[in-house]
Design a protein around this ligand. Structure first.
Ligand code: TRP
Length: 457
């Protein structure tokens, strides 16, 4: 949601609208595309458990911190951090957090638009009957063809960026609110239909076992880093999105319960997507660790077998594209809100400049799947993997770590108490332990555990 989604007094008109907008940001490609393929690459069960632990003990408290800071600051993340550090008499260095968030948003949007472009393309492919009664081979070849064609990918990537920036630039509000209200529940329903199909497909037990059997033998230090990064990504944390949206939350709504609702919704969608996808992988003899193509190969197969599958499939990819748009919009909000606020710039101009920059950067991701596939400049990763992992596994957790520390140890306690509407000393103590010690310590431990071996050889 853009800045002008606020009601006339500059606030979301209700707590519910904030839930919708924040859920619109959180639920996106991260849940339906990324979660299943990363779980598949990292051995399933053990990864999923660690991910759930990260969501509950790191993600939820950090989201509370972000929303709370945003609502107190009532400005773009950079200026919120400026204001609050002054108020707390802390060093101006904390503002760095806001800047890192803007950078992370740019990096993420650059590749997010490319993958969302695939979803747009699949609307067309399913609608035209490409997957009607198709074999696994057809699904695989269709995806490979798209990947091998940089021009085709660029076209869809551009289309997605244009739509997103157009909405952001206009600050369209009412329409989007109404759309989220209808599309989100519809997305849930379609996921349930897919889930029903996958339960009846004959591979459900195997898919379930893959997702929930805790196979510790495949867990390494990296698994923790990846699961934690995924938790941050899927909840839109660590870069100021929730802070920017928090700035519009009405003063009297209860942050804790609101955040828990959003976290629950987001987790439900990810788990449902995984449970819909993995059984199909096993039934069709596909590869669990096949990477970014996983959703684009398995789900069209399912739709191809369903009665009225072309219709369902088309609607599904429309909804996925829509979920991606509401997430992409939220990625731009911290940057745009700042420039507009600070320089009194025209929203549309800022949006278009940002869009062009991210689009150019996104070409690196487009080429990573074809002409630059073998170009691995650092750590054996291609351009897409580098941008993705740098932003998701390092910048977001680092941002989140600092946000939580700031919210608990730097921000005056009286402000936190008033924001969280906590009167009991005991509850406040619990909050400080979870938000100020456990969550940051968790992130720090994962960093040390993953990177220390790297430094000491
Ligand atoms: N959470 C979104 C998804 O799952 C992506 C996203 C939107 C995001 N805003 C963000 C990720 C901010 C990190 C930070 O698709």
């Amino acid at each position: 949601m853009s800045i002008s989604t606020q009601s006339t007094d500059g606030r979301w008109s209700s707590r519910w609208l904030f839930v919708l907008a924040a859920a619109g940001s959180a639920v996106g490609l991260g849940n339906i595309w990324k979660f299943p393929y990363i779980a598949g690459e990292n051995g399933g069960g053990a990864f999923v458990l660690i991910y759930l632990v990260c969501v509950a003990f790191v993600g939820a408290p950090i989201m509370i911190s972000e929303v709370m800071l945003g609502r107190k600051g009532r400005a773009s993340p950079i200026n919120t951090m400026r204001k609050l550090t002054q108020e707390a008499g802390a060093g101006a260095r904390w503002t760095f957090l806001g800047w890192m968030g803007v950078l992370a948003g740019v990096l993420i949007l650059s590749y997010y638009a490319v993958i969302a472009g695939w979803a747009l393309n699949y609307i067309w492919l399913t609608a035209s009957g490409t997957f009607d009664a198709a074999s696994a081979q057809v699904a695989i070849t269709t995806f490979d063809q798209l990947q091998q064609d940089p021009l085709e990918m660029m076209g869809w990537h551009s289309a997605f960026m244009v739509i997103t920036i157009w909405i952001v630039a206009r600050g369209v509000s009412r329409g989007l609110e109404a759309a989220i209200r209808w599309f989100m529940p519809l997305l849930f329903v379609l996921l349930l239909v897919l889930l029903g199909y996958s339960i009846s497909s004959g591979g459900f037990a195997q898919g379930w076992a893959f997702m929930f059997d805790f196979n510790w033998s495949v867990v390494g230090p990296e698994t923790w880093l990846i699961a934690m990064g995924q938790a941050f990504f899927t909840l839109s944390l660590g870069m100021g999105t929730m802070m920017a949206y928090g700035a519009y939350v009405p003063g009297d709504s209860h942050i804790g319960s609101t955040v828990l609702t959003i976290v629950a919704l987001d987790t439900f969608v990810a788990v449902a997507a995984g449970l819909a996808i993995f059984p199909l992988v096993f039934v069709n003899g596909l590869e669990v660790g096949q990477g970014p193509g996983l959703m684009f190969v398995t789900l069209p197969l399912a739709f191809g077998q369903l009665p009225m599958g072309a219709l369902f499939g088309t609607v599904f990819f429309v909804l996925v594209s829509f979920a991606a748009i509401t997430s992409a919009i939220s990625l731009t909000e911290p940057a745009i809100a700042y420039v507009v606020e600070e320089y009194n710039a025209k929203r549309s101009r800022v949006a278009i400049s940002l869009g062009i920059f991210c689009w150019l950067l996104g070409l690196g991701t487009v080429f990573s799947f074809n002409i630059w596939a073998d170009l691995k400049p650092l750590f054996g990763l291609n351009f897409f993997e580098l941008v993705d992992q740098l932003s998701q596994n390092i910048m977001l957790p680092l941002g989140g770590l600092l946000i939580a520390l700031f919210a608990v140890w730097v921000l005056p306690q009286s402000i936190a108490r008033e924001q969280l509407q906590v009167t009991s000393k005991r509850v406040m103590f619990c909050w400080r332990v979870v938000g100020g010690v456990m969550a940051p310590l968790g992130v720090a431990a994962v960093f040390v555990y993953t990177f220390l071996p790297f430094f000491i050889g």
